[in-house]
Design a binder for this molecule. Structure first.
Ligand SMILES: Cc1ncc(COP(=O)(O)O)c(C=O)c1O
Length: 456
């Protein structure tokens, strides 16, 4: 029995049907609003590449202020996995917006219900939960928690990981965007077992995971003080380029950490809450994380995140003062509960896995057709493609991501998030095969246009 028992049809988002472009992009109203707002701030590349101004969204459809309609294959930014304005989530938030917005850390009924629900998705022993309002804060608390639990201070992550933009979280990621700040002491990064560009291969051509682990062993010996509290890892790298690791990586990394008293922190902010077809991406491979962080899809657009671990760590963690101003507020708990109820009732994990097969088949076909696609990869509805020079093996085709993105937008597809030679796709997990197929078709046309534009 659901708390937010609601009567909506599974095709609630299907009315819009197809993209609709009424004016060349950006339309006149978009231009006007962009000119008014943009000078006040710095927008990300994607938002300024072609400055359309969105006005509303229904399911996978986004409509701009000029009445142009787009198919959104970015889910906001890996956030609206259940589609824009999901009726159950919107109504859950609205009901608490009119009832109780904040009472700090006091327990509420909706929070108690949400704790029970989220714990039920996590598997045995993951039942100690703290809620926040953004991913970076959950990661900051994960670092503090790992230090307090182990009594050690050093943290290791993988090359090109992204864990957020606050000071501690940024220290876990690449430093190329952290001009002048430098990496905080005690934070280290080590190579990721990237299947497309591996550093170490076995004789059969597969990635040599053992070699990576023995490098980590050497690294800990040579570069750290031996006080490593945690490996903080994205199960599938998002911003680093949708990098899916070999099947044996997680179980082996998990064992590696366990044997050395190091905690494994799975940062599932981007990969969790069903995006890959399981509640947690780590479930695909096994290997048990000690701490999990969740965000993005957790509230389907309502800002919320979580840190989840086992109750055995209460004594070490509670004294850190784990509350925050907005963490666990009634609206967030209502949104989070509505998300999990919808995933369960609409069988969305199964749907996501089914879509994942369709998408990977479709992307493989595109790769066969376009020689500037070097690699396609993903799981469920977390997908990516990497563009390379058709003439030189694996030479990144810098800027191709943005060109494909722009061409797709002109056709009515918000084709994920471009960076350099990468395009990362995150369609919502509610899609049917027909709409997923439409997205692939539009992507194919965009690749055609990009190929000519790039003179390939
Ligand atoms: C894996 C991962 N961790 C943490 C974060 C930070 O989340 P937020 O932007 O909500 O602070 C992100 C954001 O993209 C992320 O992808």
């Amino acid at each position: 029995m659901s708390f937010f028992d609601m009567d909506y049809k599974s095709d609630w988002w299907k009315g819009e049907g197809s993209p609709l472009l009424k004016s060349p992009l950006p339309g006149p109203r978009s231009k006007e609003i962009f000119a008014k707002g943009a000078p006040f701030t710095s927008l990300t590349g994607r938002a300024s590449l072609c400055p359309v101004v969105f006005e509303h969204g229904v399911g996978p459809w986004l409509t701009d202020v000029d009445g142009n309609r787009f198919l959104d294959f970015s889910s906001g930014v890996y956030v609206t996995s259940l589609g824009h304005s999901h009726p159950r989530v919107s109504s859950a938030v609205a009901s608490y917006a009119g009832k109780l917005m904040n009472c700090h850390d006091y327990m509420t009924e909706i929070r108690a219900l949400y704790f029970e629900k989220i714990a039920s998705t996590m598997g045995p022993g993951m039942d100690y939960i703290h809620l926040y309002d953004n991913g970076s804060t959950a990661v900051e608390f994960a670092i503090r928690a790992a230090r307090s639990i182990t009594g050690r201070h050093e943290i290791i992550t993988l090359f090109q990981d992204h864990h957020g933009k606050t000071m501690g979280a940024a220290a876990l990621g690449r430093m190329n965007t952290s001009h002048n700040t430098g990496r905080t002491q005690g934070f280290y990064t080590v190579p990721r077992p990237d299947t497309y560009r591996p550093l170490w291969r076995r004789e059969d051509g597969r990635v040599d995971v053992e070699q990576y682990l023995s490098f980590y062993e050497q690294f800990i010996l040579e570069s750290t003080t031996g006080n490593v509290a945690a490996f903080v890892v994205e199960p599938i790298q998002g911003w680093g380029g949708t990098v899916v690791y070999p099947d044996d990586f997680f179980p082996k990394l998990s064992a590696f950490c366990r044997e050395r008293g190091i905690l494994l922190v799975a940062d599932e902010i981007l990969t969790g809450a069903g995006r890959t077809g399981k509640w947690l991406a780590t479930e695909h491979w096994g290997g048990k994380p000690n701490i999990v962080t969740l965000g993005k899809g957790l509230g389907n657009g309502f800002p919320m995140s979580a840190l989840i671990t086992g109750k055995e760590h209460t004594k070490a963690i509670a004294p850190l003062g784990m509350s925050s101003t907005y963490g666990g507020n009634p609206m967030a708990c209502a949104a989070g509960l509505a998300v999990i109820e919808s995933i369960e009732e609409e069988s969305l994990l199964e749907n996501c896995r089914m879509l994942g097969t369709q998408f990977m088949d479709g992307l493989e076909q595109l790769k066969q057709k376009y020689s500037f696609i070097g690699d396609v990869r993903g799981k469920g509805c977390l997908l990516g493609m990497e563009f390379v020079s058709p003439h030189e093996s694996q030479e990144p085709l810098v800027d191709a991501g943005a060109v494909v993105y722009e061409e797709a937008l002109k056709l009515g597809l918000v084709a994920g998030i471009p960076t350099k030679n990468l395009l990362r796709l995150a369609p919502p997990i509610i899609l049917d095969n027909e709409t997923a197929g439409l997205g692939l078709e539009l992507l194919g046309k965009a690749l055609d246009a990009a190929q000519s534009r790039l003179g390939l």
